[in-house]
Write a protein that binds this ligand. Structure first.
Ligand SMILES: [Cu+2]
Length: 143
């Protein structure tokens, strides 16, 4: 029964993607972390929970933003991480924030999300770390 439900859900997703003329690959370009505007977002990556918080909230273009990452467990993670900011399906300038481990155990850094000339608002924040499985969070930045 559960499998049947999952199958019908997958079929519905495909139908929705087809209705909007999107290929299955493009269907991946949806925000999975818009709750970032209200608080930290957490993802399970392998055996770790990776949490990203961006302040001030809501997250807006052209503002200085503080990116804060926490992990559990955090053992073996380097003291410096790189957070890559990109727009899915679009070539934007390279925008990377260096996150440094703080005394409180979190990794922190500052950066700016530029306003896209196309009017698009979907951005992906990816922690560049093969060790962590390159966890990413996608969200719609506000004006
Ligand atoms: Cu863009």
């Amino acid at each position: 029964m559960v499998l049947r439900r999952q199958l019908s859900r997958a079929a519905l997703a495909l139908f929705v993607a087809a209705a909007f003329g999107a290929t299955p690959a493009l269907a991946g370009y949806t925000a999975d972390s818009n709750t970032i505007h209200n608080g930290p977002c957490t993802k399970q990556v392998g055996n770790r929970q990776v949490t990203l918080a961006i302040t001030p909230r809501p997250v807006r273009h052209m503002r200085e933003l503080t990116f804060r990452v926490t992990m559990a467990p955090a053992e073996g993670v380097p003291a410096t991480l790189v957070l890559d900011l990109s727009m899915p399906g679009m070539v934007m300038g390279k925008n990377q924030v260096t996150l440094k481990r703080q005394a409180d155990g979190a990794w922190k850094g500052r950066g700016i999300i530029v306003k896209c000339m196309s009017g698009g608002t979907l951005w992906k924040a990816m922690i560049l770390s093969q060790q962590l499985g390159n966890p990413s969070f996608t969200f719609n930045v506000r004006d």
